[in-house]
Design a protein around this ligand. Structure first.
Ligand SMILES: Nc1nc2c(ncn2[C@@H]2O[C@H](COP(=O)(O)OP(=O)(O)OP(=O)(O)O)[C@@H](O)[C@H]2O)c(=O)[nH]1
Length: 208
């Protein structure tokens, strides 16, 4: 996030196969649930939040992308929605592995939210609530137990919370001494460039 105001952010949606990553992105952007999505495809959405004038790039990933692609995405992002399905144990284990990869590449500072999806199918539950809490505690992040199929509220809450964390991270990075020095240097260079341009224009008009 190379900006001084929170006006743009990049969100990455990660998770195992069929956990509802596309359904989540589509629900957030269109408020709709279609129910049938192209499997295992990567898609970038650009979405402007009119009320707050914030633009989001949302990258819905394919689960079986090569490691170098997932690394590139993790390095690119400002925040991660990590999803699993409560009906699919493998997807919980996949989320644990993805968490390790994210921490290895970006450390604990990267804003994250954990989303346990498909809560409308609790009769087929394969991951306990304690396991959800444990993973969220390991990641030190908020967790949301939602059903993308049943409604929009949980999806919005998860994205809004992630935006709060990303904004906090931006403020933190802007107040770090090295960023302050870099910004001051940039602003001094800009003033010098402006003054120099003014002098050139003045000296040209003096000649004619
Ligand atoms: N019952 C139920 N089904 C859901 C929910 N969210 C998504 N699904 C269904 O789960 C299936 C997979 O959803 P996708 O959004 O394609 O999942 P994905 O994680 O993008 O899948 P891949 O990209 O193939 O890994 C679809 O049939 C969805 O309709 C939910 O909250 N409840």
């Amino acid at each position: 996030m190379s900006q001084r105001r929170f006006s743009h952010a990049k969100i990455l949606i990660l998770g195992g196969s069929g956990v509802g990553k596309t359904a989540f992105a589509v629900r957030f952007i269109t408020k709709r649930y279609i129910g049938d999505y192209a499997a295992n495809t990567e898609m970038m959405y650009n979405h402007k939040l009119v009320a707050s004038d914030i633009t989001l790039d949302i990258l819905d990933t394919a689960f079986d992308m090569p490691e170098e692609t997932s690394e590139k995405h993790i390095k690119w992002t400002d925040g991660v929605v990590l999803m699993y399905s409560v009906t699919d144990r493998n997807s919980y284990q996949a989320a644990c592995k993805i968490k390790d990869q994210v921490f290895n590449l970006r450390g604990p500072e990267l804003p994250l939210v954990l989303v346990a999806n498909k809560h409308d199918l609790l009769t087929a539950r394969a991951v306990t609530e304690d396991e959800c809490d444990n993973l969220a505690a390991e990641m030190d992040c908020p967790r949301f137990q939602i059903s993308v199929a049943e409604g929009q509220d949980g999806v919005n809450e998860a994205v809004e919370e992630l935006m709060v964390l990303m904004k906090r991270q931006l403020v933190k990075s802007l107040t770090q001494p090295e960023t302050v020095v870099a910004l001051e240097k940039k602003s001094r260079l800009y003033s010098m460039k402006k003054a120099f341009k003014k002098r050139i224009v003045r000296s040209r008009s003096d000649t004619f």
